[in-house]
Ligand binder design. Sequence first.
Ligand code: NAP
Length: 449
Amino acid sequence: MKSLHPALTPVYDDVLRRNQGELEFHQAVYEVLESLSPVVTKRPEFVEASIIERICEPERQIIFRVPWTDDQNRVHINRGFRVEFNSALGPYKGGLRFHPSVYLGIVKFLGFEQIFKNALTGMPIGGGKGGSDFDPKGRSDAEIMRFCQSFMTELYRHLGEYTDVPAGDIGVGGREIGYLFGQYKRITNRYESGVLTGKGFSWGGSQARTEATGYGTVFFAREMLKAKGETFEGKRVLVSGSGNVAIYATEKVHQLGGTVVAMSDSSGYIVDEQGIDLDLMREVKEVQRGRVADYAAARGAHVKFVADGSIWDVPADVALPCATQNELDEVAAKTLIGNGVKLVAEGANMPCTPTAVAAFQGAGVLFAPGKAANAGGVATSALEMQQNASRDKWSFEHTEARLDKIMTGIHELTLTTADEYGLGADYVAGANIAGFTQVADAMLAMGVI
Ligand code: NAP
């Protein structure tokens, strides 16, 4: 890890003191601050106005009790969160995560990253994130519905199309957004489409939103390869996870001529040397809500399932971590490098540990951070808001073309910013600086608020 500029050390110390035990949040803040040394030198007005301190403190944090009953009428209590981090560029925007690991530190890390990611898209959206420590695994549809209704019964009072607009994340897909929207509509007596994104197409959703994060990550990686005169054609690709981001990243890799040979979930990984059969994977994951082991069993003897192993042991040209934070550490990075990986792009949020990122950069592997590479999801959410505001519906082709243009634009902005600050082709620094300066300029213009 790089050391911090002396002007930023007290800022980071304050973050540690105020947010004790929130390790993922500390990691996310450090990763941004270590990129900002050249900005501190070039734009001292940001330091004078304490912009960096202000950006590290959420504007509002909401924590609430979520009581619900299971199918046996037993009462369960979960904790709900919404961190409204920064609204300098627009209403708070960012997903909801339902996973047992969720606590304030996870929500804050995700909300903090979201500020800069959303700025990179060029869309008028601020940063926020939320969720619950609720575990949807093994729960019936009726239980999921009751949980979502209880969650929204508190959250609704903090939302609004000009205030805060949540979407999905881990454990929150189209089904959950439907239940959440239904309860919002019922409580408020308002059909306010723009209050949630990731809705079904027939009731205010956008074409290509489901595909957007995965597709966008691959569009970004395509641009990185293009800058080196290469393409996805013939490349062996690893995609971790087998949820929303992973499935649509795989689909786009295949459309661009690459082959995804391995995917995973929290129980292990599969290797399918013939290339992932995406129809089967979607049937197993999206319809049956099964495990990757079920894919292996259904696909045939040539598929290997490795319980509890690391997908990063599989040799490949391209690695797309699309599961969860800190899933790819330094050991895994060195294995990938040893096996000749050329490019790593983060479909998930912060999946690579800081030492893994340093290893990739040190070895000359092209590396794209999530806040740039996975911004396609939130960008398409902003396109959904645009369609809702104008009561319009765009075609899949039009929406995908807009997404492609946005991802190509983020790639260009990231590289030109890195270049402007004399940092070569450092995608991490380029993304952090480009996102930060847009938010900081807006905050400066709005005075001390
Ligand atoms: P998802 O549909 O719930 O899928 C998550 C996948 O990751 C599942 O296959 C899950 O396996 C796996 N996973 C979760 N925790 C794991 C762990 N500890 N170890 C190994 N595998 C694990 O979620 P998603 O929407 O695809 O989100 C994936 C990542 O992308 C997250 O970091 C999210 O923040 C980020 N992201 C999502 C979006 C979006 O639009 N959805 C946008 C930007 C960024 P199990 O089923 O076994 O848990």
